[in-house]
Design a protein around this ligand. Structure first.
Ligand SMILES: N[C@@H](CCC(=O)N[C@@H](CS)C(=O)NCC(=O)O)C(=O)O
Length: 218
């Protein structure tokens, strides 16, 4: 049952934010449309007093649903799965779910947070140094993901033959890896899964370049 409509879900996001892409892709898969509110990270709009009323910790994405606001992409995806179970983004079996969540967290907890904008800026004001830092942590994170795949149950996608939340986390991280010149081809399993995902219409529609005003905000 898809309850979302353009009127009752507002998505605060930034076109190139990997956490935002996770949520856009999930919403597309579940057939939930939204009202767009772009938040320009390059202008620090995520720290503006108005935006802090939406997400007091100053990160995108965030959603507003029935007058209530929430951040954290994985919390939003879990809400989406609970309220719009079809098609499922998590397997049924609890151990299988744990495998998918381990993959999700390898990206969302162990990789993306350390290469995030504010962390890179804190590490160094120098762009080259920031990129070196990002490349290091993305490489460590994706190498770990590949090892988990080798020990897990990948198929066409990260778990089996259906897209799961693990893929929603992986593909935007691969996009980030390419931005920072990390050679993803050295991880054959995740590279193939990423390329396969990029053929899916919902993934393409959620892609950063497809977001309104993307180029203007670059
Ligand atoms: N754990 C958060 C991470 C959110 C996050 O790091 N968002 C980034 C963009 S991908 C952001 O807002 N960065 C702004 C900043 O670092 O100031 C989630 O999954 O939603």
């Amino acid at each position: 049952m898809n309850q979302g409509t353009r009127q009752d879900l507002t998505l605060y996001h930034y076109w190139r934010s990997s956490s935002s892409w996770r949520v856009r892709w999930g919403l597309k898969i579940k057939g939930v449309s939204w009202h767009d509110v772009p938040v320009n990270l390059l202008a620090d709009a995520q720290k503006s007093p108005d935006y802090l009323k939406v997400n007091p910790v100053g990160f995108v994405p965030a959603v507003e649903i029935h007058g209530r606001c929430f951040g954290e992409s994985l919390a939003i995806l879990e809400w989406l799965e609970e309220t719009h179970p079809t098609p499922p983004l998590l397997p049924k079996d609890p151990l299988d779910r744990m495998e998918v969540r381990q993959l999700m967290f390898q990206i969302a907890c162990n990789t993306q947070p350390v290469q995030n904008l504010s962390v890179m800026r804190m590490h160094s004001p120098d762009k080259d140094e920031q990129h070196k830092w990002a490349r290091h942590w993305i490489t460590a994170g994706l190498a770990g993901y590949e090892t988990l795949l080798e020990h897990g149950h990948p198929g066409k996608f990260s778990f089996g033959d259906h897209v799961t939340m693990a893929d929603l986390c992986l593909v935007p991280q691969i996009y980030n890896a390419r931005r920072f010149n990390v050679d993803v081809a050295k991880w054959p399993l995740l590279d193939a899964i990423g390329l396969r995902c990029m053929e899916l219409p919902e993934c393409k529609a959620a892609h950063p370049d497809k977001q309104p005003g993307a180029q203007l905000l670059a």
